[in-house]
Design a protein around this ligand. Sequence first.
Ligand code: PMP
Length: 431
Amino acid sequence: MTSNELLSRARAVMPGGVSSPVRAYGAVNGEPPFVTRGEGGFIVDAQGRRHVDLVCSWGPLILGHAHPAVVAAVERAVRDGMSFGATCAAEVELAERVLQRFPFADKVRFTSSGTEAVMGAVRLARGVTKRDRVVKFEGCYHGHVDSLLVKGGSGLATFGKPSSSGVPAAYTELTEVLPLDDSAAVADLFARKGDELAALIIEPMPANAGLLVQRQQFLEELRALCTKHGTLLIFDEVISGFRVAPGGMTELTAITPDLVTVGKIIGGGMPVGAFMGPAATMDHLAPEGPVYHAGTLSGNPVAMAAGIATLDALAQDGVYERLDALGARLAAGLTTALAAHDVPGSVVRMGSVLWLCLQAGDAPRAFHLIGDEGSELYGRLHPQLLNHGLWMAPSAYEVAFVSTAHDEGSIDQALAAFAAGLAETAGSAVS
Ligand code: PMP
């Protein structure tokens, strides 16, 4: 069965041929290849082509594909049953490991996705504060939660307008959208509505619209305003948690949020999310308290086993240093290639997370500062990269991830593919 045949069958039976929209390659030229397997830092498509994988399943695979310890843990768990709908020891073991890395939190609730984790955290914040309004930032993605599917306008603070059809305007009227990196806009909103705000949610390392690294001082201002007004500060660490440091941005910034949401890495490639916080907050959740949250497959034993094995592998000495070194090597090589071909741009990096920012000038810290030229160039570059064996996300707005399964050799292979693809694309890019 060729990729083309599979693609037409997929399109006949699934909207866009996919289960999640960006996989359809709408933002880049070319057709999405079908994946047959992953091997460490590589992904193999239905044609048998082996690509250096810098997507890593959009972040979860920090150990690469089919890491032996994770596979062994999953195999062991599967033999004992795939779901119990009752509490199992693995949940406790994963909960303890998570809380060790996020010591501000006493308790954690597991979910099956990042979206559910955010949904639970926001409901909890509303239940605890007995307030309704929530603040989010333009360019931050928090899953497909109805009330958070809002991009916001260009005004300082706008009422949320849904970005998706099917989300009633009434659902997002309680969502305030602010630009990132704009202290005045945040201060202004809190001055006007601070006492109505249940929660302020932010990706402390915004990585869903490029990599919009925030100033420490900005994050500290958010903490101070939330504290002053009794608003819960939610760090959405679905990408950054266990990635930029064991305790994510919470550890790196030394800022104490009120709630943290995680996902991706915590499941080691299985569907897991979680939200956590101090006992006084978390105990508002059912069955201890009145805020409802549930899930048939939450705390699933196989997923928990994958998460435990992943966190244990990450706890070995030198892992984060190694990820950082590989990320630095990749960033340096990409930067050199851009310069060699006179392509305006830079590489934004935090540890093993990188964004190829294809526009001139300083890397942006806010969504509205991202120009269209990067998407245009990337749309033409992407198929060339694929031809040369480099698997990068099919959107200029997505970041790249390095895993512990990568090494100098595979990073250099990625760089060679990048240079070759850029050479073929750049001629028309700079004309
Ligand atoms: N929050 C953030 C910061 C994310 O990046 C994502 C997904 N990329 C989500 C929430 C939603 O997670 P999921 O796709 O597992 O529902």
